[in-house]
Design a protein around this ligand. Sequence first.
Ligand code: NAD
Length: 485
Amino acid sequence: MQAQPQASHYIDGAFVEDTDGAAFDVIYPYTGAAVARLHAATPAVLDRALAAAERAQADWAARPPVERGRVLRRAAEIIRERNRPLSELETLDTGKPLQETLVADAASGADALEYFGGYAPTVTGQTIALGGGDFAYTLREALGVCAGIGAWNYPTQIACWKAAPALAFGNAMVFKPSELTPLSALKLAEILTEAGLPPGLFNVVQGAGAVGAALVTDPRVAKVSLTGSVETGRKVYAAAAEGIRHVTMELGGKSPLLVFDDASLDDAVGAAMLGNFYSAGQICSNGTRVFVQKSAIGAFLDRLEARSRAIVLGDPMEEATQMGPLVSAAQRDKVMGYIKAGVEEGARLVCGGGNGGRNDGFFVEPTVFADVTDDMVIAREEIFGPVMCVLGFDTEDEAVARANATGFGLAGGVFTADLSRGHRVVSRLQAGTCWINGYNLTPVEMPFGGVKLSGVGRENGHAALEYYTQIKTVHVSMGGVDAPY
Ligand code: NAD
């Protein structure tokens, strides 16, 4: 299978190549074979992208918002029309099964374009009466050129969650996808052009951390939105601070899911599986610490084990396949290292722990550990693979305290039949995004993001406006000027 794009980068409405940039292969995680070969952006390529973005931005911001929105909504339609080929490309890039990419990736990207396309014309400012006829009013202005930097787990979704609000509110964007999954952002760029986006407003440059770092410190960049690990977030946040740039940081997590003994156990098991095994566990908000009330833990584990063992691993292009390989050999090795550490620390392996007998890709089978204690490495660090830790608890206070005893704060969930308890527990969770009797649902209408080490800012929902615009305040004097000199 081949997925070679016309060229590595997309700048000013066209594909651009510069073979002086270091070459790298795009590996299909199921076969380990290269499906494309690209070149990292050279300083000249970056300069072209930033110059194009800067040139195009002011005109775009001056267009009627309804016109900007129309372009985005047209792009959403094109994405939906081409869902299958886009999903196949996402599967090649990430190894995620088609069963998922057909419903979760391009589709959620289209939702973001549609949502922000509709939101753009509704943005208003304030008027503030000041007495004596004087007043002030506020204008929501675009920030300018935004840099977007993506992770490899949801390449299309991440590109759209950043591009859609940025463009809707009058900004331009230079987007750098993860070097592991560079293909779908190029498709998004082509589709935006086809939908009528003027050249220069959405540019894609390829490369690894060094290219991202060069973007973050360029004086033309007003804002940086990163989706990545806490470690990278620290570097990018610090570099952005040098120029007092705006940031959105969507970082890692080790989120808790609290299951009380009055919950529907089938639903709780289903949610715990979705929150640990979807995308082979490579999801930032996963509920990887599943705290189950001790009175229910036996029944919970029995059902969980049976359903986990039944998950179908295999060829991601087969629609019956429920779990594909991890994104890379390095990620597979990292996850296997954590599984080994869990066993060595004395956690009980309920199921999984190997590659499911599959040597045809970077597979890790759905893995459940029980008898996990809070101090174990597998309960403290983000694994980013299909590894669930189940921990027992007795009381609500204990569960909440242990759930919060982490530096991360991306997400959290609670399962209980007692809705008062559900609301009470989430009000006490130190997490940016919470679910009651569900997990990992992230419709574009709701803000998403983390607290503590898991991030700064929010994507999606009305909240995104705060992160892609700035307020200009205008004071209007209706009388004369009362000067003392
Ligand atoms: P990563 O931090 O290794 O890389 C993320 C991106 O940052 C890549 O494009 C990379 O090239 C770039 N980068 C690396 N060093 C950089 C630097 N110094 N300056 C600028 N850019 C740099 O993360 P990853 O391994 O690609 O993704 C997995 C991580 O992302 C996990 O921790 C996961 O939790 C997190 N994540 C968070 C969210 C969220 O919304 N909160 C969503 C998806 C993934």
